[in-house]
Design a binder for this molecule. Structure first.
Ligand code: TIU
Length: 221
């Protein structure tokens, strides 16, 4: 077993052959000017700041032969997979899902805003999970794909820490996966949300899993 010794609340042990790096929603809609995240009234600087960190993580994980999973949040062009409640709230915020924006229709599959930022583009053969919700397990085939690859641990990074990263973490935790959240490879638009979300992972003896940083993880790979 490999080990990230200074993880919190205590060391994180993992078998690289049974571990996946999950890069959550690093899409133009959350990380680029004119996207959904910015239209919701957020500062996207924290999301952009983690791009180089995740790039290094991807390189290390690829070299170590880990399973790589990318996720994208978005909806079918006819919005038939978008719950009315989600649609209504996005419209109230002035960023209606499916509306035309500077990067095409907001949060719609196949539009420029839906694409993963070019710096983190998936390589051929890496898994790309399209999800209609915040969690990567809801209405996707992620679970059977992880089972087929005999995965038991997940390394989570991406955006936003308190929304899609946390929802995926909670879904994964309930399914028995050991999850490590990489602090400097995750971002929330508001620093208070970032700190609260990370605290929630590791409180009560690691109620949802572990936290650490990219560098010690890469050293452990
Ligand atoms: N709004 C927000 O913080 N996040 C999302 O809507 N989706 C993701 O976190 N990917």
């Amino acid at each position: 077993m490999n080990e990230v010794k200074d993880a919190l609340p205590y060391e994180f042990a993992f078998d690289p052959n049974r571990t996946a790096l999950v890069v959550i929603d690093m899409q133009n809609d959350f990380c680029s000017p004119g996207g959904f995240g910015e239209k919701l009234g957020n500062d996207i600087a924290p999301a952009r700041a983690i791009i180089p960190v995740i790039r290094k993580l991807l390189q290390s994980a690829r070299e170590a032969g880990l399973l790589i999973v990318h996720t994208r949040e978005g909806h079918l062009p006819d919005l038939s997979d978008c719950p009315l409640a989600k649609l209504e709230r996005s419209r109230r915020q002035g960023a209606g899902i499916g509306d035309e924006g500077p990067m095409g229709r907001i949060l719609v599959r196949g539009e420029p805003g839906h694409a993963i930022v070019p710096e983190l583009a998936p390589l051929e053969g890496e898994l790309v999970i399209d999800k209609p919700g915040k969690g990567a397990f809801y209405k996707t085939n992620l679970e059977p794909l992880l089972e087929r690859n005999d995965i038991q641990s997940l390394l989570l990074c991406g955006v936003t820490t308190h929304v899609c990263v946390h929802t995926t973490l909670r879904e994964a935790n309930d399914r028995g996966y050991r999850c490590l959240v990489l602090e400097d490879a995750t971002a929330a638009f508001d620093p208070a949300d970032q700190q609260a979300a990370l605290h929630m992972v590791r409180q009560q003896g690691g109620i949802f899993g572990w936290t650490s940083f990219a560098q010690p993880l890469m050293e452990a790979l």
